[in-house]
Design a protein around this ligand. Structure first.
Ligand SMILES: [Zn+2]
Length: 228
C-alpha cells in the first residue's frame, strides 16, 4: 500500500492536501501549524527534532511542565490526537515523564553513531547504508519518516512539501510562524546532508517526489493530481 510523506516546505501552500484524506500519510514536527488551512490530518506524526528553546529546556533537566519553553512541544502532542505519534527514542528520557502514558504516542529506536547532520559536513559522517530496524538520524525528520514508513512496508512512498533549498532568514516553510521552531543551521551543510540522505533512500525504496517545485531532485517527479 502506498503512503505519503509530508514535509514542512513552502510548496505545501500550493499543494492540495485534501486529496490525501483517504490515504496513509505521515507528517513531521510542526505540521499542525497548517491545520487551520486544511481538513487533512496525517495518520502518523514523526517528531525527530527540537526547537532551540526546547533543547535548552532538556539540557537544563527538563522536568518542569509549567516552563514555557516546552509549550510548543506540548502543542504538537495536543493538536495531533488523531495521529499515531512517533517520537525519537532518545527523547523518551524526558518526554515519557512529561507526557505520561498516551495511547497514541510511541518511541522509535534511533541511532547514535550518526548525527542528524544539521551542522556537519558529508565527508566523515554520512552513512553508507541504512541500518533498519534502527532508524538513522542522518538527514532529519522527513528521512526518519521515510524509514518508519518503509519499516511498515508502505510502497511506493510519495513526498510532498519536501522542497530542500533551506536558506537562513527567509521563508523556508509553509508559514512564517514556523520560524519560531527553527534551530539555526549552516545552510550549505544542511542542504547537502538532506540531499545525501534522500539519495540513499532513493537507492533503497520506491519513492517519488509529488511536490510542487522545490529543489529536491533525488527522486523521479510525479504530479499529485494524476495519482487519483
Ligand atoms: Zn544512523
Amino acid at each position: 500500500m502506498r503512503a505519503f510523506i509530508v514535509g514542512n516546505g513552502p510548496s505545501l501552500r500550493n499543494t492540495n492536501l485534501e486529496l490525501l484524506r483517504d490515504e496513509v500519510s505521515y507528517g513531521v514536527n510542526a505540521i499542525h501549524l497548517l491545520y487551520e488551512k486544511t481538513a487533512w490530518r496525517p495518520n502518523h506524526l514523526v517528531i525527530g527534532d527540537l526547537t532551540q528553546e526546547h533543547r535548552d529546556w532538556v539540557r537544563q533537566g527538563g522536568t518542569d511542565r509549567e516552563d514555557g519553553r516546552i509549550n510548543r512541544f506540548l502543542d504538537i502532542i495536543n493538536t495531533n490526537t488523531s495521529a499515531q505519534i512517533h517520537i525519537r527514542g532518545n527523547y523518551g528520557v524526558w518526554a515519557k515523564p512529561l507526557l505520561g502514558p498516551h495511547n497514541n504516542v510511541s518511541y522509535f529506536d534511533v541511532c547514535t553513531h550518526h548525527s542528524m547532520g544539521l551542522d556537519d559536513t558529508l565527508e566523515d559522517k554520512a552513512p553508507s547504508e541504512w541500518h533498519l530496524p534502527q532508524i538513522c538520524r542522518w538527514g532529519g525528520s522527513v528521512v526518519m519518516a521515510i524509514q518508519l514508513a518503509a519499516l511498515e512496508n508502505y510502497s511506493p512512498l510519495y513526498l510532498l512539501g519536501c522542497d530542500l533549498g533551506y536558506t537562513p532568514g527567509t521563508n523556508n516553510h509553509f508559514t512564517p510562524d514556523y520560524d519560531k521552531f527553527i534551530v539555526p543551521a549552516k545552510a550549505d551543510a544542511l542542504n547537502a546532508v538532506i540531499a545525501n540522505a534522500h539519495s540513499l533512500a532513493n537507492s533503497q525504496w520506491e519513492i517519488y517526489n509529488a511536490g510542487v517545485g522545490g529543489s529536491l531532485d533525488a527522486y523521479e517527479r510525479v504530479n499529485l493530481e494524476e495519482l487519483f
